[in-house]
Design a protein around this ligand. Structure first.
Ligand SMILES: Cc1cc2nc3c(=O)[nH]c(=O)nc-3n(C[C@H](O)[C@H](O)[C@H](O)COP(=O)(O)OP(=O)(O)OC[C@H]3O[C@@H](n4cnc5c(N)ncnc54)[C@H](O)[C@@H]3O)c2cc1C
Length: 74
């Protein structure tokens, strides 16, 4: 599996995951687990993204936050 923004990964529904930092962080950690598991002769479980929302900064004075609990922008 190539690392984050350079790769297309899909969620459990088959939809493509967005090119954002939370996805990149989880994929990076997964690549490390895959590497360690294969070095030990094991095959890790498939990648699964845990969506805990996103926070985007837009310019210097605006941000957008979304999660399954709440969404706000300002
Ligand atoms: C303008 C902008 C704003 C964004 N804002 C948000 C945001 O608000 N929230 C959010 O969640 N996400 C945001 N993103 C997306 C987020 O930055 C990316 O999804 C995330 O950084 C992808 O991580 P990555 O590790 O795949 O790539 P990167 O973070 O791009 O890391 C790749 C690294 O590899 C290095 N590299 C490249 N080629 C080589 C080479 N040949 N040898 C050695 N090193 C190399 C690069 O220098 C870089 O350090 C934004 C992206 C952009 C461009």
């Amino acid at each position: 599996m190539p690392a984050p923004d350079a790769a297309l990964a899909r969620n459990a529904d088959g939809q493509p995951l967005p090119g954002i930092a939370p996805v990149a962080k989880q994929q990076g950690a997964y690549v490390a687990r895959v590497t360690a598991a294969r070095a030990a002769g094991k095959e890790p479980r498939p990648f699964r993204y845990h969506d805990s929302g996103l926070l985007a900064t837009i310019g210097r004075r605006a941000a957008d936050y979304r999660s399954f609990i709440a969404a706000t922008a300002g």
